[in-house]
Write a protein that binds this ligand. Structure first.
Ligand SMILES: Nc1ncnc2c1ncn2[C@@H]1O[C@H](COP(=O)(O)OP(=O)(O)OP(=O)(O)O)[C@@H](O)[C@H]1O
Ligand SMILES: [Mg+2]
Length: 246
């Protein structure tokens, strides 16, 4: 994908409008059950599925726009607490991969948030400088990187996912899972666009095979790097290093 492709520009632009209308319509139906309902369980679940998938399509469009922006070197420079962006990205990923946990968290208070995560095998550890101090960069890009790595770990883990953030002055993010891991020969390809989807043997692909290529692209535009430690049956650990924007 390059910025020079006018058809991709047009596609993104023309899909945004109708998608917003679908989302608003479904959201309206879901929030106005008192006027339009009562709905049967089947109707409610169908509306929720439509809502989730429209959200997914919207997220994908936003993702492509962020890749374009980084291709042009367009980074917003903001000071923000990394813990806030971690929380947003985690909620984004849970919403897509495990809506049940997402639903549980939506009704939880600040106190029970960490307990619910721990009960579901999700550990978050923020240590060092950025536990207290703000990080300076484009929070949308950081959220996108985190969302992609977290959603993969949640998709492919057996039981646990550990997210660690540390580093000074560069931010170091590592996302580790206890899944089946990625064999050595596959590790060279997974950062290539659409690899995941086209490499599946039979059955519907879980995703588009787009996420990791976006992450690598954005991280490199940020003058950072991404590495992977994994092996067959050994889980996976993705580590990203990002220098702060000056
Ligand atoms: N944590 C992981 N454990 C095992 N395999 C992984 C992990 N992360 C990525 N992969 C493999 O790498 C492929 C590419 O990942 P990528 O995030 O690019 O695509 P995807 O998750 O399949 O789809 P998308 O992110 O576009 O929805 C995946 O399809 C999967 O085969
Ligand atoms: Mg993915």
């Amino acid at each position: 994908m390059t910025r020079k492709d006018p058809l991709v520009d047009l596609l993104i632009h023309d899909l945004t409008g109708p998608l917003s209308i679908v989302l608003t319509s479904v959201n309206n139906l879901l929030t106005k059950e008192d006027k339009c309902g009562p709905y049967t369980e089947y109707q409610k679940n169908t509306l929720k599925r439509a809502q989730r998938n429209a959200e997914k399509a919207k997220a994908l469009l936003l993702e492509i726009i962020e890749v374009y922006r980084s291709e042009e070197g367009l980074f917003r420079s903001e000071q923000f607490m990394i813990a806030d962006v971690v929380k947003e990205a985690l909620l984004d990923a849970l919403e897509i991969v495990t809506p049940d946990i997402s639903e549980e968290l939506a009704h939880a208070g600040e106190d029970s948030f960490k307990d619910i995560l721990a009960r579901n095998g999700i550990i978050i550890d923020i240590s060092g400088k950025y536990g207290q101090a703000a990080f300076i960069h484009d929070p949308k890009k950081i959220r996108q990187i985190l969302r992609n790595l977290i959603s993969n770990a949640l998709k492919y883990r057996k039981a646990t996912m550990k997210l660690s953030l540390s580093g000074d002055p560069d931010l170091v993010i590592s996302v580790e899972d206890d899944g089946q891991g990625i064999p050595q020969e596959k590790q060279t390809y997974i950062f290539k666009r659409f690899f995941g989807a086209s490499n599946k043997k039979g059955g519907a692909p879980d995703g588009l095979g787009f996420g990791l290529s976006c992450v690598k692209h954005i991280v490199e535009k940020m003058s950072g790097d991404i590495s992977l430690r994994s092996g067959e049956g050994a889980g996976s650990c993705f580590t990203v290093r990002i220098p702060p924007l000056r």
